[in-house]
Design a protein around this ligand. Structure first.
Ligand code: AMP
Length: 192
């Protein structure tokens, strides 16, 4: 019997580009595991553990948490049977060191990434969306200064990840400024 179709995907885009929304869509549509590092970190913080307290300083400042912390979290999730049908990474990898660690983990699981999908949205639109979300969700990292810092880090660190991954993984850019449903359709077409 042929192997079941698996989708091993990574979704990229700056804060406010709609990664969470589109990853949620792919989870429902394809039955893959949505692995969102930002969400995992916020949950850890809300548990009030010692690790959570350490993480809070990074989250509130919009800084990246240390690679070792995030890589250990991801290792755990990828090995979980929940991810057997595939996964969509949302917010990871964000540094080249994380991308290297990911490639090693996936090689040992014999599950290479099928595609990296990048959501492109103009900066002015990102700022408008994040400012609105700040009012709706009261997230500690959606203040103007922290938004600027998160966008800067994406530009400085995460764009380099795309260069790195692009050598071995099909990389597709999708116009993330379209209405949500159109973005979803474009993402599905991109990974087909
Ligand atoms: P997000 O919800 O993906 O925008 O992530 C919110 C925050 O969590 C980021 O600003 C970082 O502080 C932290 N974070 C999320 N993913 C990572 C990652 N892969 N590496 C380091 N820090 C991360």
């Amino acid at each position: 019997m042929a192997d079941a179709v698996r989708h091993n995907l990574a979704l990229f885009g700056p804060a406010g580009s709609g990664k969470g929304t589109q990853a949620g869509f792919l989870e429902r549509e394809l039955g893959v595991e949505h692995i969102a590092t930002g969400e995992m970190l916020r949950q850890e913080r809300s548990r009030g553990t010692e690790l959570g307290q350490t993480l809070a300083a990074y989250l509130d400042a919009g800084k990246l948490v240390p690679d070792e912390v995030i890589v250990a979290m991801i290792r755990h999730r990828l090995a979980d049977p929940q991810a057997d049908a595939g996964f969509v990474l949302d917010g990871f990898p964000r540094t080249v060191a994380q991308a290297r660690a990911l490639q090693e983990m996936l090689a040992s699981l014999e599950r290479p990434l099928d595609a990296a999908v990048v959501l492109d949205v103009p900066t002015a639109q990102l700022i408008a969306r994040l400012t609105l979300r700040a009012r709706q969700e009261n997230r500690s990292d959606d203040t103007p200064d922290v938004i600027a810092e998160r966008l800067r880090i994406y530009h400085d660190e995460t764009e380099a990840v795309l260069d790195y991954l692009g050598h071995s993984v099909p990389l597709v850019r999708v116009d993330g400024a379209q209405p949500v449903e159109e973005v979803s359709k474009a993402v599905l077409r991109a990974i087909d």
